[in-house]
Design a binder for this molecule. Structure first.
Ligand code: PHE
Length: 494
């Protein structure tokens, strides 16, 4: 606070007993607003002054009124523009404010229409005029309008040359705690004040409950994680439990071989998969399971012919960044099969996967997959369709269509399409299928146990939900961090 100013005000009040803040502003040559601000801080110190609010009505010139005060009234300007010989009315109308000026000059009896000539012309009717409107407005501008009648003022107001304003000020008087100096206000109650007891004599600053406050610094979830929270909630509501996905580094065995994906499959190429160079290989595998996987690939079994090629252990040992979360599902199903007694399961996972993609507006080299798996006796494709229908219904998606597809590990396989009302078209949202016997039986799951599964990306629904056209606005080095703070929480069914 400007305590110099506060003390000037108090000193003036001490000598004069009372003063209006407007008058004080002109005496101290200060802006009135500043005087009011200082008054507020004086009041924070207690009842030093009594401030009685005063609302004074006043009039001031409008922009048009100021013009008239400077350049004359519209009617006077019309009068001045009329030459001795007369002028066509249309010429006068071209002047600024010609229309009002003309009719005022006519009703004042300053000009007339001479119809004795053809076409008629406008001529002066009186040799001289007095521009009273201009004089009045100049007086109002100078703050001296006692000689102007209320009727005249009403007329100028109607012509929008003047307007009424309310000037707010305060009449200041000495208060019960008047003093010419301000004591410093304490902002904190300290332990010293409590111990010494001097808190009783100190003055404390009042709380300002209208202060805007400092915006709290908080963490906030990225839109992808907001959508993940919502997906997770849906799975949990449907009785699914979450699989552990905390291993981005996987080996080819679990990522591909266990899923009956042949070693020559193009997805197992360095063009599609990020292989790890250090450590390059994994060596610990469940030995007998590994040999059953080798055998189903190379020779077949369980009613299948297999792929009939020389399965290479080295290829299965290669480490990589997992290309899909189905690697996690494979590990989990194998673990389930090792239990003494089979029990049905409903599992889900939502986490990162990595692919050696060419980056563009809709593809990144790392993205998230949402995956659901159910294993139970005698499940059918009908169960799979039933579960999705329920799952997607909770996302607000009710129109689904399926298209036959191919995955090495599922048969049958279906791509899932949904109708997007916003985009007005069918879009692919996921992939699904029933895990093949060549995948499940080497794990030693009971013969009549079927596993149905589906997967979708987390990025696609997030982009649709938050209106991103470019995936790089969502993740990567160009992300606007404020976007992360601004994005609202996600409700998928709304
Ligand atoms: N793993 C598949 C993919 O990466 C998705 C999928 C999951 C398909 C489960 C079928 C069953 O696209």
């Amino acid at each position: 606070m400007n305590s110099g100013m506060a003390e000037k005000i108090l000193k003036y009040l001490d000598e004069n007993n009372e003063v209006n803040t407007l008058k004080l502003a002109s005496i101290l040559n200060e802006d009135h607003q500043k005087i009011i601000g200082t008054l507020k801080s004086i009041q924070a110190h207690g009842d030093l002054v009594v401030a009685e609010p005063i609302n004074e009505k006043n009039i001031e010139l409008t922009e048009e009124g100021k013009l008239v005060a400077r350049q004359g009234s519209h009617e006077a300007n019309i009068y001045k523009a009329v030459p001795e010989a007369g002028i066509a009315q249309s010429e006068l109308m071209k002047l600024s404010n010609g229309k009002v000026g003309f009719s005022k000059a006519m009703s004042n009896g300053w000009i007339f229409v001479d119809k004795s000539v053809n076409p008629p012309v406008i001529k002066k009717k009186v040799p001289d005029i007095k521009d009273i409107a201009q004089e009045h407005l100049q007086q109002i501008e100078a703050g001296n309008h006692s000689s102007i009648t209320d009727k005249e003022k009403a007329e100028y107001k109607k012509r929008k040359l003047i307007q009424e304003i309310v000037i707010k000020s305060f009449l200041l008087k000495k208060g019960p705690e008047f003093s010419t100096t301000l004591t410093k206000l304490e902002t904190d109650l300290t332990s010293d004040m409590l111990l010494s007891g001097n808190w009783k004599d100190l003055k404390f600053k009042e709380y300002n409950f209208d202060a805007l406050g400092v915006p709290p610094v908080t963490g906030c979830l990225h839109p992808l994680l907001k959508v993940r929270t919502e997906f997770r909630q849906i799975f949990l509501e449907m009785g699914f439990s979450e699989m552990p996905t905390n291993n981005y580094v996987e080996n080819s065995f679990w990522n591909f071989d266990a899923l009956f994906q042949p070693q020559q499959h193009p997805a197992r190429d360095a063009h599609d998969t990020f292989f790890i160079s250090d450590p390059q290989f994994s060596y610990t595998f469940p030995e007998d399971y590994l040999s059953r996987v080798q055998s189903v690939h190379s020779k077949g079994g369980y009613g299948s012919q297999g792929y009939r090629y020389d399965w290479d252990l080295k290829e299965a040992q290669k480490n990589l960044l997992r290309t899909h979360t189905t690697a996690v599902s494979a590990r989990m199903l194998y673990k389930l099969a090792q239990q003494k007694e089979f029990r049905p399961v409903k599992w889900f996972s939502i986490d990162k996967v990595f692919r050696n993609e060419t980056l563009d507006a809709t593809h990144l080299a790392e993205f998230h997959q949402v995956e659901g798996v159910i294993a139970d006796y005698n499940l059918t494709l009908g169960d799979l369709i039933g579960v999705f229908t329920e799952f997607f219904k909770k996302l607000g998606i009710t129109e689904l269509e399926f298209k036959p597809a191919y995955n090495p590990y599922t048969e049958p396989s279906m791509e899932i399409f949904c109708f997007h009302p916003g985009l007005g078209k069918w879009i692919e949202i996921g992939n699904s299928g029933m895990f093949r016997p060549e995948m499940l039986l080497p794990m030693r799951l009971p013969e009549n146990v079927r596993a149905i599964a589906w997967g979708l990306s987390l990025e696609r629904p997030t982009m649709i939900k938050y209106g991103f056209n470019n995936i790089r606005d969502l993740t990567g080095p160009k992300v606007d961090l404020e976007m992360v703070q601004r994005s609202p929480i996600c409700r998928l069914d709304k």
